[in-house]
Write a protein that binds this ligand. Structure first.
Ligand SMILES: Nc1nc2c(ncn2[C@@H]2O[C@H](COP(=O)(O)OP(=O)(O)O)[C@@H](O)[C@H]2O)c(=O)[nH]1
Ligand SMILES: Nc1ncnc2c1ncn2[C@@H]1O[C@H](COP(=O)(O)OP(=O)(O)O)[C@@H](O)[C@H]1O
Length: 198
């Protein structure tokens, strides 16, 4: 499919991916669209089905996986997550830059497809700061915090693997990170904005 290149945002749970991507979606209306993943985890207060995720159960999701409806899926912290073909096509059909928020296993799966996105890793300044952010967010049980921190340690190591990401942004100061993110995406943003004008 032609059009602007999609963008993959990855990085440990709690690093700030949703915060950054929500800013992009708000500041660049008509430029970006979010690929709404499926998940078997429970919705958090305020999360909207069909907007933040397609909330589903394991049986229904497995049926869809079996019929080939997913580009990639992964088990993360006891739940299934996955990007459906429709999630990406719906955004790309509108000519928008499709943003995917996936874990590092998802990044590796997407590398095997022809999607050709820009790969961006959002990292916390340290594991201690990450733990603090996860605790302050107050969305996870102690068990889920521990399993996210375990996955984070692996992610923080693997993100520096040569060729895996186009850029790694250490999200210390939010405004600075957002500036860096916008600057990496400048070219694609311009393509869409020029398209809107003409
Ligand atoms: N592979 C894959 N990972 C996903 C997908 N959707 C979300 N994730 C990842 O699953 C992890 C947990 O997401 P979530 O439960 O929303 O927690 P949060 O990242 O702490 O807000 C994060 O690392 C997400 O990037 C997906 O469709 N595919
Ligand atoms: N640069 C930052 N400095 C301080 N707190 C941040 C920063 N970026 C995000 N946060 C906070 O950290 C928590 C985790 O961010 P979130 O966007 O939910 O992460 P992710 O989507 O990667 O799991 C949220 O409570 C968010 O408000």
């Amino acid at each position: 499919m032609s059009g602007p290149r999609p963008v993959v945002l990855s990085g440990p749970s709690g690093a700030g991916k949703s915060t950054l991507l929500k800013k992009l979606l708000k500041d660049y209306k008509g430029v970006f669209g979010f690929s709404v993943s499926h998940t078997t985890r429970d919705p958090r207060p305020g999360e909207v089905d069909g907007k933040d995720y397609h909330f589903t159960n394991r049986e229904a999701m497995q049926e869809d996986i079996d019929t080939g409806e997913f580009i990639e899926t992964d088990e993360f912290s006891g739940n299934l997550y996955g990007t459906s073909k429709c999630a990406v096509q719906d955004v790309r059909a509108k000519g928008l830059i499709c943003i995917l928020d996936v874990d590092i296993a998802g990044v590796r799966h997407i590398k095997e497809t022809d999607l050709d996105p820009i790969y961006i890793s959002i990292q916390p300044p340290s594991i201690e700061v990450l733990e603090e952010r996860l605790r302050d967010r107050a969305t996870e049980t102690e068990e889920k915090i521990q399993s996210r921190l375990e996955a984070a340690r692996i992610d923080m190591e693997e993100c520096n693997e040569p060729g895996l990401f186009d850029i790694v942004i250490v999200n210390d100061d939010l405004d600075e990170s957002y500036e860096k993110l916008q600057s990496v995406l400048k070219e694609e943003i311009l393509k869409v904005q020029e398209g809107i004008k003409s």
